[in-house]
Design a protein around this ligand. Structure first.
Ligand code: Z5A
Length: 239
């Protein structure tokens, strides 16, 4: 691992007052369950590949073999229920591995990275949903992550509609909901509010997409936002 971001992380994190760098080839997808991140991820990957770019698509929790094992612990922990703090620390343990093992190496060789979820999910689920202090999340983000995506697409959808979609998918594929999917609606309402608050706080990075539209319209909106973002980044680099 080389480069300025890697060096800052290796040195124990960025200083408390330094804003976290946003990487212009790093895109994350966020939203509640059933928002349609899979379809959008495929559309973004295709749009980027058409420009000749190498694209690494990945997900959280997960994205390396060890981080995928941590995902399994998080979503299917057996009879022992993890505390909110355990859940947060496991999310960041997986993310620490993901950033170092997959994301930074890809960015450093010039590839684009699209991640199905990243740190905004920890602010929304463990901060908003579980009620943990966002300052605790921010401290972990600064010490073990050290970067933010250049662009985050927040696929916003009502909780009931999201549940209906995942129920439909689970019926088709014979899946059962995981530990987090089994949470009550008010948990997911808090998660949604926390995501929208992040979009209001960082409107340039976090762009909200209306995910209640038909899948093709959601994907088209997402690709249009990506193209605008690429054009703006190119213009900034040229100036
Ligand atoms: N989590 C956390 O708590 N903290 C963290 O820091 C991180 C994660 C990183 C990950 O599990 C869980 O971890 C997640 C948050 C938590 N828990 N929840 N809930 P996951 O990756 O398995 O769960 P997910 O990210 O929520 O995936 P999902 O429910 O599958 O959502 P999705 O990927 O956005 O949905 P999809 O599979 O693309 O679409 C769902 C269904 O809807 C499918 O049948 C589609 O065909 C259909 N669909 C999609 N778009 C449309 C439209 N536009 N119209 C109609 N139907 C549609």
């Amino acid at each position: 691992m080389t480069g300025p971001v890697a060096a800052d992380i290796a040195a124990g994190g960025l200083s408390a007052d330094a804003p976290l760098p946003r990487h212009p080839r790093f895109v994350s997808l966020e939203g509640g369950e059933g928002a349609g991140k899979t379809t959008v991820l495929n559309a973004l990957r295709e749009a980027l590949q058409q420009t000749g770019a190498e694209v690494v698509s990945t997900r959280e929790p997960g994205g390396t073999p060890l981080a995928e094992q941590i995902r399994e612990l998080l979503l299917h922990p057996g009879d022992e229920k993890p505390s909110a703090e355990t859940e947060l620390l496991l999310m960041f343990a997986a993310r620490a591995q993901h950033v170092r093992g997959t994301i930074l190496p890809a960015l450093e060789r010039g590839a684009w990275v699209i991640s199905d979820r990243f740190t905004d999910s920890s602010y929304a689920y463990q901060g908003g949903g579980r009620g943990l202090d966002p300052a605790f999340v921010a401290e972990l983000e600064r010490r073990v992550v050290g970067l933010r995506p250049g662009l985050t697409l927040l696929l916003d959808l009502g909780v009931a509609q999201g549940r209906e979609r995942t129920r439909g998918r689970d019926l088709v594929f014979g899946q059962t909901p995981d530990r987090i999917e089994r949470e009550r609606d008010d948990f997911f309402e808090q998660v949604r509010r926390a995501f929208l608050a992040r979009a209001r706080a960082e409107p340039e990075r976090v762009r909200v997409v209306d995910a209640s539209q038909p899948a093709q319209a959601v994907a088209d909106d997402a690709v249009a936002i990506l193209r605008l973002f690429m054009a703006r980044s190119a213009a900034e680099q040229a100036s």
